[in-house]
Design a protein around this ligand. Structure first.
Ligand SMILES: [Zn+2]
Length: 490
């Protein structure tokens, strides 16, 4: 890993003289903080009333990343106005003496990785890539390189705060592979998610983690067990700065694609990944389709020839629509990984995935014959309406209604009801116990400092759920949802 501050970043820096004053009367005295739990501040002295502390002038163009010595600094806010004199600035306050200073934020200050982008984001779309300087500081992992950015997402590309697909590159334009999380391995392609509708930023990733725990507690093929999170998303929060200005709270996610499913191709493989990208009868598995249209998008195929994919998928659709009863129960596993399908059905119902019952499902195969669904795009889960402006009641959308939205769910609900109920009860004692759900959401939301949430709200004041999408809302909803479904399942 090479760690460098580029010359251009240095040019953004300015003098810190205003902020770099010493601690004044408190300098060197340790008497105040020695009394445990009692904090006595020295009397307030307005500037000029006493001998001013010596002003320390930093050399021109030096970026201060280290705090001024002798204080107990706490990050209190992240200024979001453009044109900050200090690049990637944070406002700090000494908890002992009240002294403030503004300096460049580090990963240690925030507790989450900091991404500094230099270049222009305007003009970047899904089809128009932009190349920027990309500086990543994740504590133990830090590097600078170039990155090719494109706007990611369908609905979300219309929101002001965009998602980006990030392709890390060397200066020669080669893939620059780094491992951003131990269990992910080295990759050059990542997704920078704005999570625009969900102010908590937690729904998509924590739901992905919960699905990973669900799968881990059940039956999983060897192929899928090699995926980073059992075919579901994984990620972590980051603070993004663009040209020295705060751009937002984001998450770095595994992009949807072969990596998410641990698909590595290789000789004689028939691996493929389909995305249900639109609301059609086809993605509801009611109709076959001959090619990648009618709502289907091909995300990955391990072979150059893709002609085998839809016929294979159609065989599954035909079986699901035409078989029933004993025949369905006996032969479905030739076409569908039933354990994964039941877990996906249960979890989608649990998180109230109205937007996920047919659209927003990833369909994968490792052998070109047996297909399985995986949950995807869970920003508007746990009651949130797709645009983040409202919440569904917790006591609607039971299994019977979910089953009506997708031919496979319907057949499973009819023919595997006992298995679904048994598995639901089992999951409620494990990954889907309310305590576990609370713990997972708590761990994620607690990892984001309040000032980072506040800065995101200030930078993007039109985020629809700023006041509503909180840890408390999510767990309150989850509790009510489980109460309702427990009763329905019996
Ligand atoms: Zn101090």
């Amino acid at each position: 890993m090479n760690r460098r501050l580029s010359a251009a970043a240095l040019l953004l820096a300015v003098l810190f003289s205003t902020f770099a004053v010493g601690c004044g009367p408190r300098n060197g005295s340790g008497d105040v903080t020695d009394a445990p739990g009692v904090l006595t501040l020295p009397p307030y002295e307005a500037p000029g009333e006493s001998a001013p502390a010596p002003v320390q002038t930093l050399p021109e163009a030096e970026v201060r990343t280290e705090p001024t010595d002798g204080h107990n600094w706490e990050l209190v806010s992240i200024p979001v106005k453009p044109g900050q004199k200090v690049p990637c600035a944070g406002s700090f306050r000494c908890t002992d003496c009240g002294q403030t200073e503004i300096r460049t934020i580090t990963t240690a200050d925030l507790g989450v990785p900091v991404i500094r982008i230099k270049g222009s984001l305007s003009g970047i779309t899904k089809d128009n890539a932009g190349v920027v300087d990309f500086d990543y500081d994740g504590g133990s992992v830090a590097f600078s390189c170039q990155a090719k950015l494109t706007v990611q997402g369908a609905t979300s590309s219309g929101f002001p705060k965009k998602n980006y697909t990030v392709r890390l590159m060397t200066e020669d334009g080669e893939k620059y592979k780094v491992s951003l999380s131990e269990k992910w391995g080295r990759h050059s392609k990542y997704c920078l998610k704005a999570n625009y509708v969900d102010f908590s930023q937690a729904r998509n990733i924590v739901s992905g983690r919960l699905y990973g725990l669900i799968a881990a507690s059940g039956t999983v093929s060897d192929d899928l067990s090699r995926a980073p999170n059992y075919g579901a998303v994984d990620g972590f929060p980051v603070a993004v700065f663009v040209n020295g200005s705060f751009h937002g709270l984001y998450t770095v996610n595994i992009p949807k694609g072969s990596w998410m499913f641990g698909m590595n191709g290789g000789a004689d493989t028939r691996q493929a990944l389909l995305m249900a990208a639109d609301w059609t009868d086809h993605v509801a598995l009611l109709k076959t389709t001959s090619s990648f249209k009618h709502g289907w998008e091909l995300e990955y195929c391990s072979t150059e020839d893709t002609d085998w994919i839809m016929p294979s998928f159609n065989e599954m659709i035909n079986f699901v629509n035409n078989a029933d009863g004993t025949r369905f129960r006996k032969l479905i596993s030739r076409y569908v990984d039933v354990d994964r399908a039941i877990d996906a059905l249960i979890f989608t119902t649990v998180f109230h995935g109205r937007d996920n019952v047919s659209k927003n499902i990833l369909w994968a195969t490792y052998d070109g014959k047996v297909w399985f669904p995986s949950v995807y795009d869970m920003d508007d889960s746990w009651g949130m309406v797709w645009n983040g402006q409202d919440y569904y009641a917790a006591d609607d959308f039971p299994f019977s209604e979910v089953a009506g939205r997708n031919a496979l769910w319907a057949k499973l609900w009819t023919n595997f009801r006992d298995e679904i109920k048994t598995r639901y009860r089992e999951l409620r004692r494990g990954p889907l116990s309310i305590n576990n759900v609370k713990e997972e959401f708590k761990a994620f939301t607690d990892s984001i400092p309040p000032c980072l949430y506040e800065a995101d709200a200030a930078r993007w004041p039109d985020i629809p759920s700023i006041k509503t999408s909180t840890y408390d809302q999510i767990v309150k909803y989850a509790s009510a949802r489980f109460k309702y479904l427990d009763k329905k399942i019996g």
